[in-house]
Every structure is written in structure tokens, then in C-alpha cells.
Design a protein around this ligand. Structure first.
Ligand code: ZN
Length: 203
């Protein structure tokens, strides 16, 4: 399986990083070795001095698809979860300056803590899912899927033009504003519609 991630999908986050507003989705991959499950702790790696959290809704792909049309895209995922797109911001900034790939800054081991998934049918409206991230008990990121520049269907249609989606693949759908640095001792908890689905301690 693979982990695909959308960058720049919420206006306020684009502004906080001084990025340009995209006309097409920007996407990248994390290897499967980046996934961290079962609320296990995250150990800060020695290669970065500026590790950022980014909370994101995550789609779970449920069938194989290529060149998926937008109108059928909703049938290609069956569950929605929440995850962290951990980013070595110092490495990423250097890579951006030089026009180099983001793989090291976003694809390192355990860079994708992943919470529990909720069946898609449990949501009244997948285009208005509220989610938030608490750090040490304080809300630091809060948004709704209604604020996305590219909604789920657009993301699935766009990525599948280039890359075949397979059962079990995951798509991180972008982070809202409020990203920030982590330090040892921080506690992260992520929620969808008020339900805690992910906990992660930074060590
Ligand atoms: Zn992200």
C-alpha cells in the first residue's frame, strides 16, 4: 500500500507558509514505513531541529481505480480517519529553496501517525466534517472539510490520472492553518466531530 498526501489544500495554511495558491492539487508520497499506529509515541529524530505537526483527514481507498471520474470518486473510499503529516520543516524549507523533493522531510520513519477510521456511511455530509487537533490540551488546529480547496472527489480524480489507486491506499487530504513545532513531552490528540481517534506522545 501507499500513502499519498495533498499539500496546500486550505487557504489559511497556504498563507501561513507564504506558499502560492494552487490551480491543481499538489501531491507527494510517504512510504508505508512512515505509518505509526496504535497511538504509539513518536520519537523526535536527530536530523531535524524543527519538527512540525499537521493534522489531516485521511481517506481509505477501497477498490482499484485509474482515471477515476469525479462523479464516481466517492465510491473509491469507504472510511475516513485522521492522521498527522509530520514534517521536518527545516529540511523541507531547504528542499523548497533548491527545488528538491520533499521525501526526506515528510517520508521518514513514523512521519504519519494514524488514528482509527470511521465508516464513511456514519457521516451525514462528508463535505462538512469537523476535525481538530489538541496539543497539551489546547486546540491548535481546527477546520471542516468544507474549507478544502480541492474536495475529496477532486483529489481522487486528479491523483488517479497519474497513479493507480489500490485497496488499502491512504490519502492525507491536506492540513488547515495552525501548524507548529513539536518538542519532547508534547501530547497530541486528534478528533473528528469531537471523538478522539488518535493520541501521540512526543519523546
Ligand atoms: Zn500535510
Amino acid at each position: 500500500m501507499k500513502v499519498l498526501c495533498i499539500g496546500r489544500n486550505y487557504r489559511e495554511h497556504i498563507a501561513e507558509l507564504n506558499s502560492a495558491l494552487p490551480t491543481e492539487p499538489v501531491f507527494f508520497m510517504k512510504p508505508d514505513t512512515s505509518i505509526l499506529t496504535r497511538n504509539r509515541p513518536f520519537f523526535l529524530p536527530d536530523f531535524s531541529a524543527e519538527m512540525h505537526y499537521e493534522v489531516e483527514l485521511v481517506l481509505r481507498i477501497c477498490k482499484v481505480g485509474k482515471n477515476i471520474q469525479k462523479k464516481f470518486a466517492h465510491t473509491y473510499y469507504d472510511a475516513i480517519g485522521i492522521g498527522l503529516d509530520l514534517t521536518a520543516r527545516d529540511l523541507q524549507s531547504k528542499a523548497k529553496e533548491k527545488g528538491l523533493p520533499w521525501l526526506a522531510s515528510k517520508g521518514f520513519d513514523n512521519a504519519a501517525p494514524l488514528g482509527k477510521f470511521i465508516d464513511k456511511t456514519a457521516f451525514k455530509d462528508v463535505h462538512d466534517i469537523h476535525f481538530h487537533l489538541e496539543m497539551n490540551g489546547v486546540t491548535v488546529q481546527k477546520a471542516s472539510s468544507s474549507e478544502m480547496i480541492f474536495p475529496f472527489e477532486d483529489i481522487i480524480a486528479y491523483i488517479s490520472r497519474f497513479i493507480t489507486l489500490k485497496t488499502g491506499d491512504l490519502i492525507f487530504t491536506g492540513t488547515p492553518s495552525g501548524v507548529g513545532p513539536l518538542k519532547i513531552g508534547d501530547r497530541l490528540e486528534a478528533f473528528i466531530e469531537g471523538e478522539k481517534l488518535l493520541g501521540c506522545s512526543v519523546k
